[in-house]
Write a protein of this length. Structure first.
Length: 442
């Protein structure tokens, strides 16, 4: 067979074949060769999490009996207002800030948009029309920056290295007199790398530039102290830490001028109007409190399971662990398998009861390879074969063993059907250019 250059169209047709007939046959064959009982394993906690029982318990009264509007002056309303304040206090205690510095939002995307656009509008008026970010941020940040570019701002996209890290020196070198804000994520949602936030914050402080961090994947997984870490603005999303979807917050250091996000009533100190979603806010406060308790102990347990997964799964030939080995979220495993189409891998994992992801939840469904994996310098054909597992406290040792038994079989079978893989192992000219990015074939 002639070597085929990997293209989205080919990926798509390959996917269709897998989906329609291949997967059914493959699935039946694979199941015959599996010794373990089928399980249900949710290994996609970076995409979203279930509302925990404790969080739901805290929320329920505010959906029924305690339904007051926090702006009402009678007791039912005053109780609701007190509840909002309690929630702000729990979050402030977890981050080491003041409750007045917490603004509730609909989630991480809104918090990111608000932080960056606010700084751009306020400081743009003073001639500061430069923004610094990285090339592997979440789209909530990247698309906001792209929008601002169209409004006349200049954006520097710092390139991450092949392990998904940037250095404080890169930030220092990029800061200019007209820099309005530096926005750099705390931890990456796809490859799990944790960035040197405290040091980047120190560089920004020294240079008098605002520093925002998208901490959606970090809250509850790494200890955060906004004062000690020199953070001016921080975004968080509830549904990643067992609160419900559609709630989050933005931390804004006292004194930083914010533009109004929604005009109307006086909620959120007049900056974001609209009657507050009291049950969701109660749940968020409780979720943050629970998630930020005993982080080092919980992280040690989860990372031991993550390491077993990484050690075993990277024994599969021609694969690559994406993201730094050390500076990594405790639950993140991201591996590319050469000659495998990521979506097919996920569909088969699903047949085995394993929920995983091939990239950001928000972009899956698109045929473009992940911008995060491309930012690492990976060729398209390596980036396309990626699998992200994001495990949690609820992932057991048995779950880990089941994944370790299942993934290699699926990879082997998919490679058996892959023209790309056939070309690589038969040494077709040009077909091996991806090999320098992956572990040896044999
Ligand atoms: C790093 C990061 N930032 C922002 C978001 C968006 O958060 P939300 O879904 O709450 O809008 C996500 C969600 O996947 C994320 O992972």
């Amino acid at each position: 067979m002639k070597f085929l250059k990997f293209q989205p169209a080919i990926a798509y047709s390959t996917k269709m074949v897998y989906n329609n007939i291949g997967l059914i046959l493959l699935n039946a064959n694979l199941k015959r060769g599996t010794s373990m009982e089928k399980r249900f394993i949710y290994a996609d906690n970076a995409a979203t999490t279930a509302v925990s029982e404790k969080v739901l318990e805290a929320m329920l009264p505010y959906m029924t009996k305690q339904f007051g509007n926090p702006s009402s002056i009678y007791k039912l309303g005053r109780d609701a207002e007190k509840t909002l304040n309690d929630s702000r206090e729990k979050i402030a205690a977890a981050l080491n800030c003041s409750p007045a510095e917490i603004y509730f939002t609909s989630g991480g995307s809104e918090a990111d948009n608000w932080a960056i656009r606010s700084a751009a509008i306020r400081l743009g008026e003073k001639g500061k029309k430069h923004i610094i970010t990285t090339n592997f941020e979440h789209h909530a940040v990247l698309h906001t920056c792209e929008f601002l570019e169209k409004q006349g701002f200049e954006v520097t996209y710092l390139p991450v290295d092949e392990n998904g890290l940037i250095t404080p020196q890169q930030v220092k070198d990029a800061i200019r007199d007209d820099t309005a804000i530096v926005t750099i994520m705390y931890a990456n949602n796809e490859i799990g790398t944790i960035l040197p936030i405290k040091e980047i914050g120190a560089v920004c402080r020294e240079k008098g530039v605002l520093f925002h961090t998208d901490a959606v994947q970090a809250v509850g997984h790494v200890p955060i102290d906004v004062k000690d870490q020199n953070i001016d603005l921080l975004s968080c999303s509830g549904h990643k830490i067992h609160a419900q979807k559609g709630i989050g917050f933005l931390y804004v250091r006292r004194g930083i001028p914010m533009v109004n996000l929604i005009f109307g009533g006086a909620q959120e100190r007049g900056k974001r109007a609209g009657t507050e979603n009291v049950p969701a806010i109660v749940g968020l406060g409780e979720a943050v409190r629970l998630a930020c308790e005993n982080i080092p102990e919980k992280a040690a347990e989860i990372s031991a399971r993550r390491d077993r997964l990484i050690n075993e799964l990277t024994k599969i030939p021609a694969c690559r662990l994406n993201g730094d080995r050390q500076n990594r979220l405790c639950g993140n495993v991201n591996i590319s398998f050469l000659g495998v189409e990521g979506e097919s891998l996920l569909l088969l994992l699903d047949q085995f009861g394993i929920c995983a992801s091939s990239g950001s939840a928000c972009t899956s469904g698109s045929l473009d390879p992940s911008h995060v994996l491309l930012a690492l310098g990976l060729p398209h054909e390596v980036a396309h074969g990626s699998m992200r597992l994001s495990i949690s406290e609820e992932t057991s040792d048995e779950d880990v063993e089941y994944i370790i038994e299942t993934v290699p079989k699926i990879v082997e079978r998919l490679r058996g059907m892959s023209p790309l893989w056939e070309n690589i192992i038969s040494g077709k000219p040009g077909a091996d250019k991806s090999l320098k990015f992956v572990s040896p074939i044999k």
